[in-house]
Design a protein around this ligand. Structure first.
Ligand code: SF4
Length: 323
């Protein structure tokens, strides 16, 4: 069975149960994204609701997915209504929560509930975690090839890390393609750039942001949330892995990770991306307050290319960094 999900959660459980996890965000953004948003609006989704939510709604209805896991705490409050509208269309919805307090026993309880639902033993889940960790180790290496060796573009780094949320439903195939990619980039010449940027926030809905930056001699060598999806800490225990995963918890947890990576990766500046109508835009107040390198905030709304205004803002920001 294909099991859709709204954001990263212990995906090991789904693989261990013999099902295929599907990150609905990835299907939305790599498909006919504009049409998915329009379809949801046609069904009554309001204009002033985030495009990702509308996209996921349409993706489920347009696919063969009949069960979804919705992360109802630690991600997006819109997920509650997304799940209700999908349930009304006959979709089975399973809630999963990351405790606001980053609480170990509460997370363990959520993991056990999901294991019970999918009728899978914890030792089987751990076996699957060990298998996925072999691939995650390679992603850590790919990330090093990005920020230490400058051999991977920000877009390539983004794509590999963001797709590790579900390994495209087939870890063996993903690993094989990753091995080929790593072999290819190892022999590349380093990318020359004027600035090393970090990208903070949810993955962008804008299709050509990384290309535009690279055309202006900026390489993104830190993709914050995408890296979090790749579970880079390689904790032995499943609960610890998802406790260290910063995305579902407070912005202060994210800031701790971001501060470390800014220094480690020698970043010149960061782009703090936010999605129109997303509550996470408020986090930018604290990101700007606590990050001590230049921060450019940009906002994406509909799927598509960068608009002229945002291009101008990026160019002005680069001028400011140069002089
Ligand atoms: S971008 Fe924000 S509003 Fe949109 S789905 Fe993600 S958390 Fe929710």
């Amino acid at each position: 069975m294909k099991i859709g999900f709204t954001t990263s959660f212990p995906v090991e459980i789904i693989f261990a149960a013999g099902h295929i996890p599907v990150d609905l965000n990835n299907i939305f953004i790599t498909g006919n994204a504009k049409k998915f948003v329009e379809d949801a609006e046609f069904k009554g989704y309001p204009r002033n609701i985030c495009s990702w939510i509308k996209g996921m709604y349409s993706v489920v209805l347009a696919s063969e997915i009949d069960t979804i896991i919705g992360v109802v705490e630690g991600d997006c409050s819109n997920t509650h209504s997304l799940m209700a509208t999908l349930q009304d269309q006959g979709i089975t919805v399973i809630p999963f929560s990351f405790s606001y307090y980053r609480n170990q026993s509460e997370l363990e309880r959520e993991i056990k509930k999901l294991e019970k639902y999918f009728n899978v033993e914890h030792h089987q889940v751990l076996q699957m975690k060990n298998r996925l960790d072999q691939i995650r180790k390679k992603l850590v290496y790919l990330d090093e090839l990005t920020y230490k060796d400058n051999k991977v573009t920000g877009l390539e780094n983004h794509l590999w890390l963001v797709n590790s949320s579900d390994f495209n439903g087939n870890p063996d195939d993903y690993e094989k393609r990753l091995d080929d990619f790593i072999a290819e980039v190892e022999i590349r010449h380093p990318i020359k750039s004027d600035f090393r940027f970090g990208f903070l926030g949810v993955p962008p809905i804008i299709s050509n942001l990384y290309d535009f930056l690279l055309e202006h001699n900026v390489n993104v060598v830190f993709n914050e949330i995408q890296r979090q999806f790749s579970m880079p800490y390689l904790e032995k225990n499943l609960t610890d892995q998802y406790l260290r995963y910063t995305y579902p918890y407070s912005v202060f947890d994210r800031l701790e990770d971001i501060q470390i990576e800014i220094k480690k990766r020698k970043l010149n500046a960061v782009i703090s991306y936010s999605q129109s109508f997303c509550h996470r835009q408020i986090d930018n107040i604290l990101i700007k307050k606590y990050i001590d390198i230049p921060v450019l905030t940009i906002e994406g709304d509909q799927p598509g290319e960068l608009d002229a205004r945002t291009k101008l803002r990026i160019e002005s920001f680069l001028d400011m960094l140069k002089y």
